[in-house]
Design a binder for this molecule. Structure first.
Ligand SMILES: [Zn+2]
Length: 379
């Protein structure tokens, strides 16, 4: 029997996850019920708030009618397998895989937020915009990435849809104008998304630990504008404790390139995520679903994939360990990410993480809101 570590009622004093030790016993047993999917399930009642719940309420598979291997979904998503391919291999419908990817994404967002809550930035960072598209090439996007210079740990990313640019035929220009009557990307979206991603990393910087923080980017003209608009950075830019270094993106993309961490991420995303392959039939059809899959990849890469190391010396360290993150914290979180249900009411998330959790990113041309089950929205 799985004993509940907290009460699922967001208003109860025993709702928050006990980070150390456990809550005093707040529940009493209230019989069992039988299910086809997981056999006999224990019921509980909270002695404090009176809420009734069961083992399944605090399990990642709450409300599911079929048990599917979450680790396999995570592995396949990060190995360039499409949703349809994963569904065929696991013997279920593509919608079921999307549902499980959403559940895993919420758990991974919660895990990453809880881990970052313990992080004190120890390295400089590198930022760049990964360019792809959603739904059609008339809706290009920019995924702003911030990675550690030493660790290649991906601290944060934000997504924005931008206006199609570059060379177009007359037909393409007319079609773009036609489509823009239905949907036009928000103005200054790239600047705002870049500011958001920088701010989420600045939160981890403590000048008393690391007196000078350097952000390395390419020579995109939006970046200096975005940084100088941030009141949080104004004083730090003036006294040069926060430095912005720019490098040409035309320099050879090798290990010695100052933008190596983001060039590396660009390559990894392009080859490891099916929807980002160039010139293929796989592409993102729903922005929120695409970002859920990106969250799965981010966490697998950060916390499970080995950093490039000299393997002859048997130095097997992940990107998170290279970023100086406590291994005990990582293991504690990895032990629950495939089993426990993450509650929105227990998390301290950035705006972008909340948008991905609640599937609030708009897919151009899609009028209906994304479906999010009410239990995932409870806060
Ligand atoms: Zn309670």
């Amino acid at each position: 029997m799985l004993l509940p570590p907290f009460c699922p009622n967001p208003k109860c004093q025993f709702h928050q996850y006990p980070e150390q030790g456990s809550h005093p016993q707040f529940w009493t047993l209230r019989g069992t019920y039988s299910t086809n999917v997981s056999g006999t399930v224990q019921r509980f009642k909270c002695s404090h708030c009176g809420e009734g719940f069961s083992e399944r309420t605090v399990h990642i598979d709450y409300y599911t009618k079929k048990t599917i291997d979450y680790k396999e979904i995570n592995r396949a998503t990060g190995a360039a397998e499409s949703v349809i391919s994963i569904a065929k291999n696991l013997g279920c419908r593509p919608e079921t895989i999307s549902n499980r990817q959403d559940r895993l994404a919420r758990n991974h967002i919660a895990m990453h937020a809880r881990v970052l809550d313990t992080v004190i930035l120890q390295e400089d960072v590198c930022a760049d915009g990964f360019e792809s598209f959603d739904k059609s090439q008339y809706y290009p996007n920019n995924i702003n990435l911030v990675a550690g210079v030493e660790s290649q740990f991906l601290y944060a990313f934000t997504h924005c849809t931008i206006r199609r640019k570059g060379k177009m035929t007359t037909f393409q220009k007319e079609k773009r104008d036609q489509l823009e009557k239905e949907y036009r990307p928000p103005k200054k979206a790239l600047i705002k998304a870049f500011q958001q991603v920088v701010l989420s990393v600045i939160k981890l910087w403590y000048p008393e630990v690391k007196p000078v923080l350097t952000l390395k980017t390419d020579m995109h003209k939006s970046y200096p504008l975005a940084l100088y608009e941030l009141t949080e950075l104004k004083e730090k830019l003036e006294n040069k404790t926060f430095q912005h270094e720019v490098f040409s993106s035309k320099i050879a993309r090798n290990l010695f390139n100052k933008l190596f961490p983001v060039n590396y991420w660009d390559r990894e995303l392009r080859k490891d995520i099916a929807a980002y392959h160039r010139e293929s039939t796989c592409f993102v059809r729903n922005v929120s679903n695409g970002l859920s899959r990106l969250v799965l990849y981010q966490n697998w890469h950060n916390y499970c994939k080995l950093h490039r190391v000299n393997r002859s010396k048997k130095e097997f360290r992940t990107h998170a360990i290279m970023a100086g993150i406590d291994e005990l914290v990582i293991n504690r979180e990895l032990n629950r990410v495939y089993t426990d249900r993450a509650f929105l009411s227990q998390q301290k998330l950035t705006d972008e993480q909340t948008k991905i959790w609640l599937k609030l990113h708009v897919t151009p041309g899609k009028k209906r809101k994304n479906y999010v089950p009410s239990f995932a929205k409870a806060s």
